[in-house]
Design a protein around this ligand. Structure first.
Ligand SMILES: Nc1ncnc2c1ncn2[C@@H]1O[C@H](COP(=O)(O)OP(=O)(O)OP(=O)(O)O)[C@@H](O)[C@H]1O
Length: 313
């Protein structure tokens, strides 16, 4: 029997914005298995936050079914949420109290022992700064304190909406280290993101959505295995090398000063083919498929267009 922590069928949410209908989620089917870190991925405006809000009982679907930790919504919302941790909005912490004192207050209100506070501080690696005032924390520390608060009640599932959004590189790295450790401790994690490289580093499985509907779901390794690999070849005589490889039946494209050989082929085999006709490449390397190239192939566009720094300046 499959053990799903999140399951939705035909989930739909329509907003009405000044008389205009905005279909934010459009018949979305989700299936997230217990354990590991699951990435919920999609371009800006594709419906990730709206879906997460529905999974947390904060927004009501217009149609479709939601089951979280085996509890069918809407009747099961309270029972499910008792076992789910979500990072609450900013403003839940008192700025003049320390991180530790803030968590103490939350733990006491929830009837939890104070050693639980030590445990969660350890889990998010805030023990060393626990006595410092909240107001002096970096954004990354504040975010991790929010995560610690969500972990207090020992949830089975943690749902995070864009956990790295707005963080500086050090903050992103800390978050990237913290999240897989949570999963190792047995908590299932679902996080939304539009940063593909980040998702590839921390997630074991992903759901990719676009315009509120499912595009693809599966284990990251399986999805990347599906995309063809390519080999980059650096040679002095591009024309002669191209002719040689085309003659050998390869599909070859010239990208700048390099040749790219499409499809699965061992770099050694390509080197040997070229060496046989007296061409000695200075580089032959496999181009590893990334979630980014996979996403590009699937959707035809990048998840978030990168601003052109020269235009921005
Ligand atoms: N309260 C609202 N009223 C009207 N439209 C909304 C509202 N909230 C979201 N939308 C619209 O619904 C669509 C999905 O938005 P949502 O925030 O769920 O996407 P997202 O994938 O989380 O995007 P992002 O990565 O930018 O946060 C967008 O077109 C958005 O403009």
């Amino acid at each position: 029997m499959s053990d799903l922590v999140v399951e939705t069928r035909g989930l739909r949410k329509v907003y009405r914005d000044r008389g205009r209908k905005v279909v934010a989620v459009d018949g979305l089917d989700l299936a997230v298995e217990r354990g590991g870190v699951h990435g919920f991925l999609g371009p800006n405006g594709s419906g990730k936050t709206t879906t997460i809000r529905m999974l947390l009982g904060l927004a009501r679907p217009d149609a479709g079914e939601i089951t979280v930790l085996g509890e069918r919504f809407p009747a099961g919302v309270p029972a499910a949420l008792a076992r789910v941790g979500a990072v609450l909005e900013r403003g839940q912490f008192a700025p003049d109290l320390s991180g530790r004192r803030n968590l103490d207050l939350l733990a006491r209100a929830a009837g939890l022992p104070s050693n639980r506070v030590d445990e969660v501080l350890e889990q998010v690696e805030l023990t060393a700064v626990a006595k410092r005032r909240y107001r002096g924390y970096s954004l990354g520390m504040k975010r991790r304190l929010g995560l610690a608060a969500a972990l207090l009640k020992q949830p089975e599932l943690v749902i995070l909406d864009e956990p790295s959004n707005g963080l500086d590189p050090a903050g992103i790295r800390d978050m990237r280290d913290t999240i897989p450790r949570l999963a190792e401790s047995g908590v299932s994690v679902v996080l939304s993101s539009h940063i593909l490289a980040e998702v590839q580093q921390v997630c074991s499985s992903v759901t990719i959505i676009s315009e509120g509907a499912l595009l693809k779901a599966g284990r990251v390794a399986d999805l990347l295995g599906e995309s063809t690999s390519r080999t980059r070849v650096g040679v002095a005589d591009v024309d002669r090398a191209t002719a040689c490889l085309l003659g050998a039946g390869y599909e070859v494209v010239v990208e700048g000063a390099f040749l790219v050989v499409e499809g699965h082929e061992h770099p050694e085999v390509i080197s040997r083919r070229l060496a046989d006709v007296g061409i000695y490449p200075y580089e032959v390397s496999a181009i590893r498929p990334t979630l980014e190239t996979f996403f590009l192939k699937l959707t035809g566009h990048r998840p978030t267009p990168m601003p052109d720094p020269e235009v921005e300046a």
